[in-house]
Design a protein around this ligand. Structure first.
Ligand code: ATP
Ligand code: MG
Length: 207
């Protein structure tokens, strides 16, 4: 599973665990992006995103975190990462790329889509009513290589978590406790843009 993981949250973890179970995967490798070319500015340092991903996945023996992309200088492309991952496996290993359905089309129209589809099958996490076929039919060669995986709708996104931290809203239960602690201890996301917090009522104090 690739992602910016800025920060990793329970939506990512639910999708990864469900994919492991539904597709009988031996392990799920989380690959935090290095310098994402789609989001070159304002992304938290790779080391922080890597640490949070380690913390979030530590309790699951099937989950590992790879430094492949963050140790790679400059922009990285999914096709290059898949090639490197493929080189590390024996040739009979099936490689699946787990992604949210919203990101499938983007990934399959990146660099060398034919190669990307040849190197890995895709597991697209969708909500029950999502029309994945319409999306997959837009990409030649994608049929049969993109598998649908229905997961409970978790309306959690990293951007929302960043905005919540910036306005002082709680993120407990949206991210693992260790990730929430890391964010607090390292002062992450405090200056991310977000709406102003509601003014406290006059005379209110802590209870
Ligand atoms: P941002 O809000 O900054 O775009 P994000 O929450 O989408 O962040 P990413 O790191 O960009 O997180 O996502 C990595 C992968 O996880 C993508 O394939 C994305 O579609 C998927 N994903 C993100 N949120 C969820 C979720 N709530 N449920 C299932 N998959 C998700
Ligand atoms: Mg996203």
């Amino acid at each position: 599973m690739g992602g910016t993981f800025d920060p990793i949250h329970h939506g990512h973890l639910v999708a990864a665990e469900e994919a492991r179970w539904q597709f009988g995967l031996d392990s799920v490798v989380f690959v935090p992006t290095g310098q994402p070319w789609q989001k070159p500015f304002g992304v938290t340092p790779a080391e922080d995103r890597y640490q949070m991903t380690l913390i979030a996945t530590a309790s699951n023996p099937a989950f590992t975190v790879s430094r492949l992309e963050i140790d790679h200088e400059g922009p990285t492309y999914t096709v290059d990462t898949l090639r490197r991952l493929r080189d590390q496996q024996d040739e009979n290993t099936r490689l699946f790329f787990i992604t949210g359905a919203d990101a499938v089309l983007q990934i399959l129209t990146w660099k060398e889509p034919d190669q990307v589809l040849a190197l890995a099958e895709f597991i697209a996490a969708t909500r029950p009513s999502f029309d994945l076929d319409r999306l997959v039919n837009q990409v030649p060669g994608a049929a049969g290589r993109v598998h649908r995986m229905d997961i409970p709708a978790l309306a959690i996104s990293s951007s929302d978590i960043r905005a919540r931290v910036a306005r002082g809203a709680p993120i407990q239960y949206l991210v693992p406790d260790g990730v929430a602690r890391y964010i607090q201890q390292h002062g992450l996301y405090r200056t991310a843009p977000g709406p102003d917090p509601p003014a406290p009522p006059p005379g209110s104090g802590t209870q």
